[in-house]
Design a protein around this ligand. Structure first.
Ligand code: GAR
Length: 207
């Protein structure tokens, strides 16, 4: 695999299990995704996914949101850590926090999110249960660009997953997750192959 150029420097943000993070690590290792992961950041110190990053030799950072007075303060700290590492593309992988404009404006068109439904259907929490409650016969997974509205930015890739009679939220989530693990690396590769828009502003002073 070629050494990734600077413009393919990723950060992965997680809050928990980290199976999508692992799928991105695997895709890079397999040469399916030409990128490098500069840092994995979690807002929770006990996120199991941090272990995947450590095992892959990737820098990890815990930024506990409870230590900050406001969402904006927290996002400013996140942005500073990302800019110091010259991250070009931020990938939210089960990062269960709303982003403020502070964050979104610092990385315009450079933040991706994965969501376990066919957006715009079933945004927000418990999308698998929303699909079941709606009587859907098909759901799926979406990777989209993050903007200031929840789960509403431009769609990069989507893949369908059938809802099977007798599905519970858990069984549907498991089948969607298997699709997510293919979809997210594919979507990142797609985004990296096209211009990402204006570069994030660099800090001039690094403490
Ligand atoms: C994934 O299903 C992801 O789509 C979902 O959280 C799970 C994280 O799993 N994200 C959202 O619902 C965001 N709204 P992981 O930690 O094993 O990657």
């Amino acid at each position: 695999m070629n050494t990734p150029s600077r413009s393919n420097t990723l950060a992965i943000l997680i809050s928990g299990r980290g199976s999508n993070l692992q799928s991105i690590i695997d895709a890079i290792a397999a040469g399916r995704l030409d990128a490098s992961i500069a840092v994995v950041i979690s807002n929770r110190a006990d996120a199991p996914g941090l272990g995947y990053a450590v095992r892959a030799g990737i820098e990890t950072l815990v930024l506990d949101h409870q230590a900050y007075r406001s969402r904006e303060d927290y996002d400013r700290a996140l942005v500073a850590e990302l800019q110091v590492r010259r991250v070009n593309l931020v990938c939210l992988a089960g990062f269960m926090r709303l982003l403020s404009p502070v964050f979104v404006d610092a990385f315009p068109n450079r933040i991706l999110n994965i969501h376990p439904s066919l957006l715009p259907k079933y945004p927000g929490l418990h999308p698998q249960q929303q699909a079941l409650d709606d009587g859907a016969t098909v759901s799926g997974a979406t990777v989209h660009v993050v903007n200031k509205e929840l789960d509403a930015g431009p769609i990069v890739l989507q893949r369908e997953v059938p809802v099977i009679p007798g599905d519970t939220s858990d069984t549907l989530a498991t089948r969607i997750l298997a699709v997510e693990h293919q979809l997210y690396p594919d979507a990142i590769a797609k985004v990296l192959l096209r211009p990402l828009g204006p570069a994030p502003k660099r800090r001039t002073h690094v403490p």
